[in-house]
Write a protein that binds this ligand. Structure first.
Ligand SMILES: Cc1ncc(COP(=O)(O)O)c(C=O)c1O
Length: 595
């Protein structure tokens, strides 16, 4: 039951949770311009208090256990996370997103499209701004509010410039004007704000959630916890949504959905990222391999050596060009092609090797390239899971004749649908792939080759341009999460993945090994922790490839891996609390088993 003061007006279609309190003279669910009363929903979570004289528009949602102070004004399309507190006289304009346990002190103002992440503290009279091009007559079409990272502290009267990101844990002192993005944990001062120190050096150790004086947070902590997902694309979207919306809106406004300028921009940026001359955007990662093999003239009668421990796409592409996949076993450390076994599998028909940089770790490329050179074989790297991974300072994509990437949404660099790319240093090969992926042409209606339609869509390229800038930061966050798992799983009876010496792993997946895999997976599921198995049936045992006449026992390590591997939740935004739940579930499983 909610308690609503008689002087307040609650419009239709307002969903009030248990124990919501609405004090005097509030207007709740006010219809935004162009909408009728009750047309848009407004949700207010359990145990939230709305003090007197506040106005909250319809089309927003306020979490559980929030405290909305006196005379607060909240527009439509605003999300306020659980346990947040909005001080007296604050203004939150439309399309703002606030995470959980955010604190906004009195008279602070968030302009449209501002994002505030969990536990940020926003001092009195802080303002954010969003007009990127103030003198343009279309200025309103490209508003871009700042992003205030997790646990950021903004002192009184801080002003944030449009579109900047204030990194997690940063501290901005009172009255600073912040004109540029701020790195994680930086301490800033002045106008324009300059970095003066790093938070770790002066940290007082106060925990804003568990030591908070607000009893409602404690209630929140006792609520049932949501699932820990295997990956969380929503979390990534929350952090980038303004920029993504602007980027995709631009494509829609220009209507260049095919071969728009964003495609060229992405191809150039991705080639630079990989440290190669050419990147050719294509429809997906599978097509990338098919096109690379075709352009290298690999086809009927040819053999291509690859791993059985990979996703079906690698072998599918070989079959698609009419060649025969020849599988070999993987090595114990990297779970990728074992060079000795590759050498032993070469016949007079062998034309190419496809090393798969599985889970984000490069294959042993110096050994494989030596074998390829000695035997005059082409090398096509399958980098679908390893954007940005390195070995001895060389980036995935730089070794082979060509390297193929998938931008499937869940990959380290993911589009919003299927997308892929081939990268190469070979000018002629690049030109051929460019023609093959676009109906075999380089002029509008003259087709020199029989090609396919497998272009990178402009909308995907626009999304990838926004995301590519963050890829290194995300790969670093994955490494930090991997280190945390490793440190906290060391006394538990599971085997953690190992990065070979000199390797910069990018942990597309964090895959542990245990002989009790199925039981552990089920136990974790019951504890609300999602896991995956990549992959449960090796390719040499797949029904679709039965014609190749492989049998169980052919690749012992690959087969053992398929029975023992378990992928734990892994994504750049994973929190320590989520990882602790994963670790506790694994630890409890083995304790229960021993008991
Ligand atoms: C190792 C590997 N190769 C190739 C692919 C194929 O990529 P796509 O799904 O974009 O076709 C994938 C995708 O999951 C993969 O993991």
């Amino acid at each position: 039951m909610a308690t609503i003061a008689e002087t307040s007006r609650v419009h239709p279609n307002v969903k009030l949770g248990e124990n919501v309190v609405i004090e005097d003279f509030c207007i709740i669910g006010y219809p935004p311009k162009g909408y009728d009363s009750g047309e848009l929903e407004l949700v207010i979570g359990d145990n939230t208090i709305i003090r007197s004289h506040s106005v909250i528009y319809a089309g927003s949602s306020i979490g559980q256990g929030c405290h909305i102070g006196h005379s607060v004004f909240i527009r439509e399309h605003v999300e306020v996370g659980n346990g947040s507190s909005i001080g007296v006289n604050c203004i939150i304009e439309h399309h703002c997103t606030l995470g959980e346990n955010v604190r906004m002190q009195g008279q602070a103002g968030l302009c449209e499209y501002t994002t505030v992440e969990d536990e940020a503290w926003i001092g009195p009279r802080v303002v954010t701004t969003n007009v990127m091009h103030p003198t343009c007559d279309r200025a309103k079409e490209c508003l871009n509010g700042p992003t205030i990272g997790k646990r950021v502290i903004l002192g009184a009267n801080v002003c944030l410039a449009p579109g900047i990101e204030v990194g997690a844990d940063a501290f901005v002192s009172a009255s600073s004007m912040v004109t540029k993005s701020v790195e994680d944990g930086a301490i800033l001062f002045g106008n324009p704000a300059k970095k003066v120190s790093q938070v770790e050096k002066v940290k007082c150790g106060f925990d804003m959630v568990s030591e908070s004086p607000y009893p409602r947070n404690k209630e929140k902590l006792e609520q049932p916890q949501p699932q820990v997902p295997l990956m969380d694309l929503g979390a990534q979207y929350q952090a980038l949504k303004q920029e993504l919306r602007m980027a995709t809106d631009r494509v829609v406004l220009n209507s260049r959905f095919i071969n728009g300028k964003e495609v060229g921009e992405f191809e150039q940026a991705f080639a630079e990222y990989c440290g190669v001359k050419h990147a050719i955007g294509v429809g997906n990662g599978t097509d990338a391999i098919v096109l690379a093999l075709k352009a290298l003239n690999i086809g009927a009668g040819d053999e291509v050596i690859t791993a059985s421990h990979t996703f079906i796409a690698t072998a599918e592409a070989i079959v698609a060009v009419g060649a025969r996949p020849v599988f070999v076993d993987v090595d114990e450390v990297r779970f990728t092609l074992d060079p000795e076994k590759v050498a032993a599998a070469i016949t007079e028909n062998t034309k190419a090797i496809i090393p798969v940089h599985i889970y984000g770790q490069p294959a042993d490329m110096s050994a494989l390239m030596k074998i390829a050179r000695e035997n005059n074989l082409k090398v096509v790297e399958d980098g679908a899971q390893a954007h940005g991974a390195k070995d001895d300072g060389t980036t995935v994509g730089q070794w082979g004749d060509a390297a193929c990437f998938s931008f499937y949404p869940g990959k380290n660099l993911g589009a919003y649908g299927d997308a892929g790319a081939v990268v190469t240093n070979d000018d002629a090969l690049a030109a051929r792939i460019r023609m093959l992926k676009d109906h075999g042409r380089d002029k509008k209606y003259t087709h020199d080759l029989i090609g396919v339609n497998s272009r990178l869509d402009t909308l995907h390229a626009a999304v990838l341009n926004v995301k590519l800038k963050r890829l290194n930061k995300w790969n670093k966050a994955r490494n930090n999460a991997a280190a945390y798992y490793r440190e906290n799983l060391q006394n538990i009876d599971v085997r953690c993945p190992v990065a070979a010496e000199g390797v910069e792993h990018v942990y597309h997946l964090f895959v542990i090994r245990t002989a009790d895999r199925d039981a552990l997976q089920q136990y974790m599921k019951e504890r609300g922790v999602a896991t995956g198995v990549h992959y449960p049936l090796p390719l040499h045992l797949q029904p679709a490839l039965a014609e190749l006449s492989y049998k169980r026992g052919d690749f012992p390590l690959t087969e053992t891996l398929a029975e023992e591997i378990l992928s734990l939740p892994m994504f750049p935004e994973i929190t320590t609390q989520q990882q602790d739940r994963v670790i506790a579930a694994i630890s409890d499983f083995f304790k229960d088993k021993g008991a």
